[in-house]
Design a protein around this ligand. Structure first.
Ligand code: CTP
Length: 403
């Protein structure tokens, strides 16, 4: 982070005191930090605190031009290598999502071409309000990156999600960002499947599973950030599509198979993170099945195995990665899948362990490689697991290229 220009935008919430600590952490790491504050932020902590810690002027007013040779908000916007908004209130997020520029902070945010990160902090009900959710989704699609708020005790007395992430963690994420090589997957085409398929029974019913799609979406984002051209074939519609990722929406295993088959020739790598139904009803009823006395039997037939279909036809310059969600004999089952499906890597997790598997934001996985290697990872954010998988993709593609 040495020598990097970080512009910290502070908006008005009780978490402003953490932004003070963040300023200190960033400067300790060698970054040049400049701070701009909204009027409300200055009600919580005086600009002087930030000025002393950043050893730079603090900007609060668009019209308070400190240097006559430059226009402050444009100068600041151009100066930044990264802008971090912390804490980001619901109000500021709303303004950003709608392109409003009515003070120093929002005007500069519109003027910058640097990557912008947003670390929200607000009451638990505010962060789940549909308007805030909508604004966050829009910003996410605009390419803004978020540092998810933590869960814990909130100043308003509630316990829940909404607490500004700790300054140490924000600093670590920024550090990682500057260390990342954003081009390692440039020019590579990667296809990712995500979510639980829906197998239709009649016009109102379908069979599905508990997959949230989070793992696949995180892999899509991480590979995109490394420069890959990413296609995400997803059975989940609930999650926002990461910026610059091409989404193909599907419902059933059959549709997912077709979508993958359509583009598989052009791909360099595949990551099959979807929870694809192994069975689908033999008959899809045209009309709703009416209840009757006695039991109901439904006949199922096997679906096509998508991972197997890409594994079987895989060229020597393609990399194939599958997942295994297991509850027992993890290693044995994962290794069997690896050979049966001709994969280069199986990412296996024990879905019965707390912190792993469906719905949660974390995962505990072990990598089983076709060359016999094994890497067991600790409990990690799905984002971090996705970053590790991304590293393995680029290593595998490099290895093929070199030999
Ligand atoms: N998969 C797939 N197409 C299917 C089924 C699974 O692409 N029709 C992929 C999944 O995306 C995942 C891997 O295969 O990458 C999981 O393998 P699978 O054998 O389906 O796992 P389970 O269903 O958990 O296996 P089992 O029935 O052995 O428990």
């Amino acid at each position: 982070m040495q020598g990097k220009n970080i512009l910290l935008a502070v908006s008005g919430g009780i978490a402003v005191y953490k932004a003070v600590a963040l300023t200190s952490k960033l400067t300790q790491k060698g970054a040049n930090v400049k701070v701009m504050m909204t009027e409300h932020a200055a009600q919580f902590v005086p600009p002087l605190s930030f000025q002393v810690l950043s050893r730079n002027d603090v900007y609060t007013d668009t019209f308070d031009e400190k240097e006559s040779k430059v226009v402050a908000h444009i100068d600041l916007a151009d100066w930044a290598d990264l802008v971090i908004v912390a804490p980001a209130t619901a109000n500021l997020i709303g303004k950003m999502a709608n392109g409003i520029a009515d003070d120093m902070v929002t005007t500069t945010l519109l003027a910058t071409e640097a990557p912008v990160w947003v670390a929200p902090a607000m009451n638990v009900h505010m962060i789940s309000h549909p308007a805030v959710v909508r604004n966050i989704e829009r910003l996410y699609q605009d390419g803004i990156r978020f540092i998810e708020p933590d869960e814990g005790y909130l100043a308003c007395g509630y316990i829940g999600r909404g607490r500004l992430e700790e300054p140490e963690k924000i600093t670590a994420r920024i550090e990682e960002f500057f260390q990342e090589d954003k081009t390692v997957l440039a020019g590579k085409k990667i296809l990712i499947t995500a979510g639980g398929t829906r197998e239709k029974l009649d016009p109102v019913r379908y069979f599905t599973n508990r997959s949230s799609g989070k793992m696949g979406f995180q892999i899509a984002e991480q590979t995109m950030l490394k420069g890959a051209e990413v296609t995400l074939v997803t059975a989940t519609r609930e999650l926002p599509i990461p910026p610059n990722v091409k989404a193909v929406y599907v419902d059933s295993a059959e549709e997912m198979y077709e979508a993958v088959a359509h583009v598989k020739e052009q791909q360099d790598a595949f990551v099959m993170a979807a929870a694809v139904a192994d069975y689908t009803p033999v008959e899809v009823h045209e009309h709703k099945i009416k209840k009757q006395s006695g039991n109901l039997s439904i006949q199922f037939k096997r679906t096509k195995d998508i991972l197997l279909s890409v594994g079987e036809t895989k060229r020597s310059d393609q990399v194939v990665i599958g997942f295994a969600a297991e509850t027992q004999n993890i290693a044995e089952n994962a290794r069997t899948k690896l050979t049966k499906k001709h994969a280069d890597l199986i990412v296996a997790n024990n879905v019965s362990e707390p912190g792993a598997g469906f719905g949660v934001d974390t995962n505990i996985v072990t990598f089983y490689f076709a060359d016999g290697r094994e890497i067991a990872l600790p409990l990690l954010d799905k984002r971090e697991v996705a970053a590790r998988i991304t590293t393995e993709i680029s290593r595998a593609l490099d290895a093929q290229h070199n030999g």
